[in-house]
Write a protein that binds this ligand. Sequence first.
Ligand code: COA
Ligand code: AMP
Length: 639
Amino acid sequence: MDAKTVSRYHEVYAQWLRDPEGFWAEAAREIDWIEPAKKVFDPAMGVYGRWFAGGVVNTCYNALDRHVRRGRGKQAALIYDSPVTHTVASFSYEEMLFEVSTLAAILQDFGVGKGDRVIIYMPLVPEAVFAMLACARIGAVHSVVFGGFAANELAKRIDDAKPKLVLTASCGIEPGRIVKYKPLLDEAIAMAAFKPSACMILQRPQEQALLIAGRDHDWRDVRDAAIAANKHAECVPVLATDPLYILYTSGTTGIPKGVVRDNGGHLVALKWSMKNLYGVDPGEVWWCGSDIGWVVGHSYIVYAPLFHGATSIMYEGKPVGTPDAGAYWRVISQHKAVALFTAPTAFRAIKKEDPDGKLLAQYDLSHFRTLFLAGERADPPTIAWAEEKLHKPVVDHWWQTETGWCIAGNPVGLGMLPVKHGSATVPMPGWDVRVVDESCNEVASNAIGSIVVKLPLPPGAFPTLWQQDERFKESYLAEFPGYYKTADAGFKDDDGYVHVMGRTDDIINVAGHRLSTGGMEEVLAAHPDVAECAVIGVADALKGEVPCGFVVLKAGVPRAHAEIETEIVALVRDRIGPVAAFKLAITVSRLPKTRSGKILRGTMKKIADGEDWTMPATIDDPAILDEIGTALKGKGMGR
Ligand code: COA
Ligand code: AMP
């Protein structure tokens, strides 16, 4: 059967285009509102308008309470599968509600109320999900910080979010290494100008953290006391336009951007996506193999599957090494997951270890229907490998932290469109995607340009940056008036398929993790011996891209280059965190620049990747590019 003839996509997209408000009003009927919105979309509110203005709702109610009330109480809501601790545990909707309402009462006892911020700096343990939902329950705003970030990054987020409370665990567990979170938290609080008044620490058996009297509280002790006192918090009504969370993401500088998500639009869009985009039904088991520190984890480990009444798997492990490259197949098979959403890098890792897919043969994947990939460009060989081994559709879809859900994808629930390797397929309803030139004129099909989205953004997308409307306008809305700048470049082909080719700014994607080379340059520049520096992303067979730093030393520095390079690598790990995967620093005597002084990072990247490159007409001194090539060759790179 021709997939194109059975897909309802074109009809549904056209329906949205004709009447966006009618479309989202219809989708909003799937949500339990305390009071319906006064206006489906109010163009006068916020920076570019707000969705479900005047609506009153509670996100946690929609994730838990309503399912319990409607007979789903005994169904598993969350399956915690942790090969690093040899644990598999399941929490029903009823049990989740118990844990979350207890924790919500504890938060209230700490003085956390509607609008207050709570930072969650935790590994992938069920308590982290309870914490997010407990905040949502009482109208507090959570900000989850990924565990692979260093103290300095945590401090920046503490200073921006000003949390009343920080929730953490004694440690995270990486293969072969315990990551002690508590010393990082202590260091971050010491660095930050803002001091949270209390911290709750989940002590894990692998590491006992030292608690600071008066500030730190043992999570289990306060939980036991709250249970003994039968404390439970009810859902606090919030406006649809009130913030649910802040998620910091890399910007072009070392100062992260606080992406704000509101309650109403997020509920509506995510609920819609589970069936229409992912093709999952309530009661089915769904697995998103990300981390709650990233937007994908927020939306698809925690919120969307629970809004939908599905069962969500949370996996504390890696695709390889915990224990082997069959781990993903084991999880799918053991829990009967119907779909998996992960980053292409995970599949590259599996393919590298088990190219023939021998481990796959050991597991029954008969109930598995679809693999979804996002977070970075899905390279066609990886998609082809996954299709060949799984004999199931592999769907690439395009996302950003800012958007909260998919911009372009292949809507499985509406009937799949034909897959084209290298394309994220088509815009979802809500997203009017255009490809434009520098003057904001649309370019022809197949021509590469800047990908922009016509305003307003749909429900679920960010309305602004935390307390920074001006930065929001300047970063996203100023360059192409009337449009949201995605900062991705790409093209639409003759069938309207969107092909995302790469960023137009200095963001790089390392193993599906979004990082700022500008932020890394700030760290390199802080080294006392460094006069100048440039960080670029270079191609990597496993991680897609990895950062590579070039440094020019101050005149007269007598020290060995190798010694300084080692210090620089350690400095990035210390200031940004291991997640930056910054392992390569190269000393050069000069950086290539244009006559106006702009560093030619694009050309440096081409040289490092061994691609063909042309001498930029504006280059100041062409000989410097040869020097860069030689320096790279010295490290076994380029050609
Ligand atoms: N806490 C502390 N440290 C962490 C961490 C966490 N939550 N997550 C990663 N790190 C560390 C790693 O241990 C590693 O440290 P190392 O330099 O000492 O080895 C470093 O950060 C880099 O991590 P990563 O880039 O993830 O590399 P990796 O070699 O550990 O794993 C993959 C590579 C491909 C297996 C892994 O990145 C992966 O599973 N990615 C796909 C899923 C995903 O997370 N997608 C995100 C968005 S959808
Ligand atoms: P993040 O905010 O971490 O989700 O990263 C967003 C960026 O990742 C996007 O701007 C893209 O550059 C890249 N990205 C995410 N998904 C895809 C995809 N399916 N294809 C190409 N690039 C992607």
